[in-house]
Design a protein around this ligand. Structure first.
Ligand SMILES: [Zn+2]
Length: 123
C-alpha cells in the first residue's frame, strides 16, 4: 500500500518511508522526487513521548512491581504508529528546510564532540 504525495497527488509514497518520516529524513516521492513528512511533526513527538514514556512507565513498573504501567506504554507504542500511518496526512516539506535541519543537527553534534574532547583532555 502507498500514500498520496502532497506535491503531485500520486499514490507514490511507501508505507515505510511515511512511517519513518521526520524533518531530518523525510519521505521521498517516487513519482516527483519531492519530500514530505507526517503533518504537524506527529512522528517527531511520538518518538519523544515513547522514549520519555519508557523511562517514566518503566520506572513506575519497577517501583510498583507490576507490569501494568509497562503494558500501558506498550499499548501506546504499538497503537499510535497505526493511527499515525493511516489517519495523519503527509504534508509537503521544502528541501531547503530538510537541509537546514540537517546542518543544525551537524552543528550540535560538532559542538557536543568538541565538549567531550575538552573534558577528556583537561580531566
Ligand atoms: Zn510526488
Amino acid at each position: 500500500m502507498t500514500f498520496i504525495c502532497p506535491h503531485c497527488n500520486h499514490k507514490s509514497v511507501s508505507h515505510f518511508s511515511k512511517f519513518l518520516s521526520f524533518e531530518g529524513s523525510p519521505a521521498t516521492c517516487s513519482n516527483c522526487g519531492k519530500h514530505s513528512i507526517d503533518a504537524n511533526g506527529v512522528n517527531d513527538s511520538y518518538r519523544q513521548i515513547v522514549s520519555f514514556g519508557l523511562i517514566v512507565f518503566g520506572a513506575l513498573s519497577l517501583f510498583t512491581q507490576t507490569i501494568l504501567y509497562f503494558a500501558i506504554w506498550f499499548a501506546f507504542t504499538t497503537i499510535f504508529p497505526i493511527y499515525s500511518l493511516y489517519c495523519v496526512p503527509l504534508e509537503p516539506i521544502e528541501t531547503e528546510k530538510v537541509k537546514r535541519y540537517r546542518s543544525k543537527k551537524l552543528v550540535s553534534i560538532g559542538v557536543f564532540s568538541v565538549l567531550v574532547l575538552l573534558v577528556v583532555i583537561f580531566e
